[in-house]
Design a protein around this ligand. Structure first.
Ligand code: NAP
Ligand code: ZN
Length: 352
């Protein structure tokens, strides 16, 4: 074991603060990564504040962060995929049972025994896993991704969650040229969804509650933008969408969006608000519409997404911050005041 520098929360009411955490020495199949950038996902905030206590109660201290890019510092003797000095990335998963049907089919995100990057039981230490708000992490090579060399690293970090979480359901539901696709909520996930849906060739309509984001949405690749508080603008799109991806982090009316789906249209929730969302049955019955959810993505698809983003030169629009500004960043996230992802420059941890 060695000690790593990190930022973590001691309780649901505590701010994140400088701390030290144990990391294992790399075993045969492990890769030790010096973390360069880590994105701030709204899930980090939900988890730090124990807002998902009913599904995933938070174990403290909690060191969040699952949008990790860095440089390989050391590898175990059996590692083939990477060597010291290579760029590497880690997303939301650091292990799974590797034997269940989901793992066998390369969809580790559905493994009942998956190990999340933070706040999961850690098989190696017996404690809990600690995430990327840290100067290093040690991960089995199977769960380490390659970063296309043309991508800006601060902007590539958010691909590891915001990128794959939006890419995966769009691939699953057949987002391609000729499809009309809605993206609800222009935050970290939503702005990635707009970029990816545009690159997949769809006609993209962005829905935002923030009129000041309209120009940006068009620049990011939306063909049309609707300020969702305007009921008549919403009504113009009634019954017309093939697919809508809902990326909203807080309570909102999903019936307003179900109504915009065409026949057999699907609305997928990736946003995970704290409270349940009511659904009017007739909004699904008419038009045989469906409502579903989607979690992150498996390893193979995450690599596919990274390569797709490399090919199309897609990264997140980031505001790079030092780790010392993380608590301020959380408050700004709640005010929808980020364009469009915070990416922590981990060099700022050196002075702690
Ligand atoms: P974010 O950057 O904070 O973006 C959320 C966006 O939702 C905001 O920018 C805002 O967009 C909209 N919004 C916020 N409050 C709203 C309200 N009260 N009513 C209507 N719209 C509102 O968050 P994020 O990091 O993208 O994450 C979004 C959600 O996805 C979170 O709940 C997160 O936990 C979840 N998530 C799920 C997965 C998964 O695997 N399914 C993975 C990662 C994250 P506008 O200003 O444009 O309205
Ligand atoms: Zn995330």
């Amino acid at each position: 074991m060695f000690q790593a520098k990190a930022y973590g929360a001691a309780s649901a009411k505590s701010p994140l603060a400088s701390t030290q955490i144990p990391r294992r020495e790399p075993a045969e199949h492990d890769v030790q990564i010096e973390i360069l950038f880590c994105g701030i996902c709204h899930s980090d905030l939900h988890q730090v504040r124990n807002e998902w206590s009913g599904f995933m109660p938070t174990v403290y201290p909690c060191v969040p962060g699952h949008e990790i890019v860095g440089r390989v510092a050391k590898v175990g003797g059996a590692v083939k995929k990477l060597k010291a000095g290579d760029l590497a990335a880690v997303g939301c998963l650091v292990d799974s049972d590797r034997t269940c049907p989901s793992c066998q089919s390369g969809e580790e995100q559905f493994c009942p025994n998956m190990t999340l990057t933070y706040n999961s039981p850690d098989k190696h230490t017996g404690a809990v896993t600690y995430g990327g708000y840290s100067d290093s992490i040690v991960v089995d090579e199977r769960f380490v991704l390659r970063v296309p060399s043309n991508l800006n690293l601060a902007g590539a970090a958010p691909l590891l969650c915001a990128g794959i979480t939006t890419y995966s359901p769009m691939r699953h539901w057949g987002v391609t040229k000729g499809k009309k696709v809605g993206v609800v909520g222009l935050g970290g996930l939503g702005h990635m969804a707009v970029k990816i849906a545009h690159a997949l060739g769809a006609h993209v309509v962005a829905f935002t509650t923030s009129p000041r984001k309209v120009e940006d949405a068009l620049r990011l690749g939306a063909d049309e933008v609707v300020v969702s508080r305007d009921a008549s603008e919403m009504q113009k799109h009634a019954g017309s969408f093939n697919f809508i991806l809902d990326c909203v982090s807080a309570d909102h009316d999903i019936n307003a969006y179900l109504n915009l789906l065409g026949r057999d249209g699907n609305l997928t929730l990736v946003g995970a608000p704290e409270k349940p969302l009511p659904v009017a049955a007739f909004n699904l019955i008419f038009g045989r519409r469906s409502l579903s959810g989607s979690p992150i993505g498996g390893l193979a698809e995450t690599q596919e997404m990274l390569d797709f983003c490399g090919k199309h030169n897609i990264t997140a629009d980031v505001e790079v911050i030092p780790i010392q500004k993380v608590n301020e960043a959380y408050e700004r996230l709640l005010k929808q005041d980020v364009k469009y992802r915070f990416s922590i420059d981990m060099a700022s941890l050196k002075g702690e």
